[in-house]
Design a protein around this ligand. Structure first.
Ligand code: SF4
Ligand code: SF4
Length: 491
């Protein structure tokens, strides 16, 4: 007989680990939030959880209890489950303090805004037509001193990255050439190895530019919106003229030398992601990245309704891609599975599909810590998107002292109440800091559009990963589609 009375009522209450429950096309899952483990639920357990969420005194039948123990939500021994993840976040914060004080948080990537000018006038540009409120080309001397600054602020880190950015960086190719030569020479002297990256609209990538980029093994990112209609409408030249016909031959030439160059398309308005991806592939991109324009930054900001519609379309698209990936694995189509993983966000499926997350993320990116940006005048900013925002100016490459970065040593997932309550708090890192500020006005606020998309994406990927069997995963490892986890006990 069950005990009764108020104390016994409390005792009888089922204590479950914090979890997130979701359903995709009739399949219901729970994520154990603290361990980030996902399990599919049978119908009875799913129904029980739905009932328990409105009445925690509801009793579980034995089979449901067993199923909850298997998922890890219910401890075999009472009292072993933490009521929430607060302690864990606090532990993470303390261990991050050590890391943030050491060399691993020193700057290793520096973005040089070599041209705050652009020959295009993209409708969604966040940088005031590439000028970032300033304009001009970076002098060679500023670029050279930026390299010196990076070396002297990189601590013991040997591998350093210089990113050439704009505007359109190839407008200042002579300075890029001199900077690369200088960085390589200084790297040899100072025991550092430099690698280089450029993000370009491809319009100025002539044969000489491509030869130089090839000789210095650049990583190439090409901003290009895929279809003729989208490119001409969203990325016209500065005089308003269409750019598609001018850039496509340049892109093809770049791809013949850099087959792994990434095609970065911005999804804007009613652009259909599937069409954009097909167009990118048609041109020859093997590596594609589709990014929605962030609505909060646009002068013609879309309505909430339009944003929701776009989210739904994007979620549907991602779901179709995930289903295609699972189908390709099931029919043992290596090429198709590998291709689908390369085409955007699906690559995350590998980290979910083959192992749980080991490293809990306190930060979304390296902004203000391992990654900084320098404008044409040598002013330092937390990242390229902050350039020109005087309230986020961190200092200058002329100053020897480390710039004040305490703001960027705080993690949104610890500070923000929204993040602390979110089931993705250990894996998201709190989103893009710039997006958070643009959307909420606070670095530790959140961007609802980002959160919506991130949660949709994670549910889709977890659903796809859960459909892969041990044999499916073995096929992926053996065919080098994804790397085999280092520990045989993983997953
Ligand atoms: S999805 Fe949003 S609320 Fe959740 S952790 Fe990320 S930024 Fe925070
Ligand atoms: S803050 Fe946002 S824009 Fe800046 S580096 Fe991070 S993710 Fe990119």
């Amino acid at each position: 007989m069950l005990p009764c009375g108020p104390d016994s009522m409390e005792q009888n209450k089922l204590q479950l680990a914090p979890y997130h429950r979701f359903t995709v096309e009739g399949r219901t899952y729970v994520v154990d939030i603290d361990r980030f483990r996902c399990a599919r639920l049978d119908a009875r357990t799913a129904a029980f959880l739905a009932a328990w969420e409105s009445d925690p005194h509801v009793q579980a039948a034995d089979d449901v209890r067993n199923s909850l123990v298997k998922t890890g939500l219910l401890a075999k021994d009472r009292g072993k489950i933490q009521p929430d993840g607060t302690d864990r976040l606090e532990r993470d914060r303390r261990s991050a303090a050590g890391w943030l004080a050491g060399d691993s948080a020193r700057t290793t990537s520096l973005c040089l805004m070599v041209a705050q000018e652009c020959n295009m006038a993209c409708v969604y540009c966040y940088g005031s037509a590439g000028t970032y409120g300033g304009g001009g080309l970076m002098p060679a001397e500023t670029a050279r001193r930026s390299v010196d600054w990076l070396i002297s602020h990189s601590g013991d880190n040997r591998d350093l990255i210089v990113i050439f950015f704009g505007g359109e960086p190839l407008l200042n190719l002579p300075v890029i050439r001199r900077t690369v030569d200088y960085a390589k020479r200084m790297g040899e002297q100072m025991g550092k190895t430099f690698s280089f990256s450029v993000t370009t609209n491809a319009s100025l990538a002539d044969e000489a530019a491509i030869d130089f980029l090839r000789a210095n093994q650049f990583e190439i990112i090409i901003s290009f919106d895929g279809t003729q209609v989208a490119q001409n409408r969203q990325r016209p030249f500065k005089d308003g003229g269409p750019s598609y016909a001018a850039v496509v031959p340049r892109i093809k030439q770049l791809l013949s030398v850099f087959p792994k160059a990434c095609g970065r398309a911005t999804l804007y308005g009613d652009t259909e992601p599937g069409e954009v991806l097909a167009a990118l592939k048609e041109i020859g991109f093997r590596n594609c990245h589709l990014v929605p324009a962030s609505g909060c930054l646009l002068t013609d900001a879309p309505s909430e309704e339009a944003l929701f519609r776009r989210d739904r379309e994007r979620a549907d698209y991602l779901r179709r891609e995930a289903a295609a990936y699972v189908a390709a694995v099931k029919r043992r189509d290596r090429a198709e599975a590998a291709q689908l993983l390369k085409d955007g966000e699906l690559f995350r499926i590998t980290s979910i599909g083959v192992s749980p997350f080991f490293v809990r993320r306190l930060f979304f990116c390296g902004v203000g810590r391992t990654y900084l940006a320098v404008d044409v005048d040598g002013s330092l900013y937390p990242c390229h998107r902050f350039v020109g925002m005087k309230e986020y100016l961190l200092g200058s490459i002329s100053e020897a002292a480390d710039p004040p970065r305490s703001l960027f040593h705080e993690s949104p997932v610890i500070i923000s109440e929204e993040c602390r309550q979110c089931w993705l708090k250990y894996v998201c890192g709190g989103g893009c800091t710039y997006g958070n500020i643009a959307s909420s006005g606070r670095p530790f606020g959140t961007d609802p559009a980002f959160c919506r998309q991130y949660r949709q994406m994670m549910e889709t990927l977890l659903d796809a990963a859960a459909q892969l069997t041990g044999e499916d995963r073995e096929f992926l490892y053996q065919n080098n589609v994804v790397a085999r986890p280092k520990c045989p006990l993983d997953f």
